[in-house]
Ligand binder design. Structure first.
Ligand SMILES: NC(=O)c1ccc[n+]([C@@H]2O[C@H](COP(=O)([O-])OP(=O)(O)OC[C@H]3O[C@@H](n4cnc5c(N)ncnc54)[C@H](O)[C@@H]3O)[C@@H](O)[C@H]2O)c1
Length: 245
């Protein structure tokens, strides 16, 4: 049983499928939560969804593409909780875009959310980190496997994996840095892909189903917890066997 009593989680993209599931897992294990998302409406719904005492929950509009927005979220978290123990830069954006017609704007926006956003939040959080901190970056099977019509997203997630390995070396021994690489997880993000190629992809998945957001959340919790105290620079694949590294 993992306990995050007295620990503070800072997470972006918290109002999405994996974000909400992760918030629930950490809240259930006793953590206080500093949560940001661009989608203010769904963020506001998290108060009821999490049902936490006000002194354990901070919700803030946050745009990962803006470094000042990340600094502001960290400032609020530090003021409210006194520091940060776990950072999960989880915000993601997965547009479908054949490479031949991909615009520079689409390429830049996709990199800005999925890669630059991770840089901004992790760098902003550094001064607020307390001893035995853990960063858990959210990559994707696309980083290992490629993703047709999502070359920008796959390239960004490949960058996330390299960033995790570099930070694992640079921030040791005080901070552990690991990544999860989800495969097909049942959230709004994956619906267009499932509509286009669902049966083919499920047939190729040894466990023959989509993953649940909670199954990614549990892996994030493991990598953030003392159960993984000798693990850093690692990538945990959460994909039902669709890609076996
Ligand atoms: N669902 C999957 O199959 C899958 C697979 C591999 C990786 N992932 C990764 O998991 C993470 C969570 O994805 P999800 O499936 O929960 O998707 P989701 O679309 O449900 O959630 C993504 C969240 O990110 C937020 N967001 C988007 N742009 C933002 C920005 N500029 N600033 C702040 N927040 C922003 C959205 O508002 C949304 O709440 C992402 O990094 C995604 O790339 C998901």
């Amino acid at each position: 049983m993992i306990s995050f009593e007295g620990r503070v989680l800072l997470m972006s993209g918290a109002a999405g499928g994996i974000g909400l599931a992760t918030a629930r897992v950490f809240a259930g294990a006793g953590a206080s939560l500093a949560l940001g998302d661009l989608d203010e409406r769904r963020l506001a719904e998290m108060t009821a969804a999490l049902n936490l005492p006000a002194d354990r929950l901070l919700l803030a509009r946050h745009d990962v593409t803006d470094p000042e927005s990340s600094r502001d979220l960290v400032r609020q978290a530090q003021e409210k909780f006194g520091g940060i123990d776990i950072v999960v830069p989880n915000a993601g954006f997965y547009p479908t875009d054949p490479f031949e017609s991909m615009s520079v704007t689409s390429w830049s926006r996709t990199l800005a959310v999925n890669l630059d956003g991770v840089f901004h939040l992790c760098q902003a959080a550094l001064p607020a980190l307390r001893p035995d901190a853990a960063l858990v970056l959210v990559a994707s099977m696309a980083a290992h496997y490629g993703s047709p019509a999502h070359a920008h997203y796959a390239a960004a997630k490949g960058g996330v994996l390299s960033l995790a390995k570099s930070l694992a070396k640079e921030l040791a021994p005080g901070v552990r840095v690991n990544a999860v690489s989800p495969g097909l997880i049942d959230t709004p993000m994956v619906q267009p892909l499932m509509q286009a190629r669902g049966p083919e992809l499920l047939n190729a998945t040894p466990l023959r189903r989509l993953g649940a957001p909670e199954e990614v959340a549990n892996c994030i919790a493991f990598l953030a917890s003392p159960l993984s105290s000798y693990v850093t620079g690692a990538t945990l694949h959460v994909n039902g066997g669709l890609y076996i590294a």
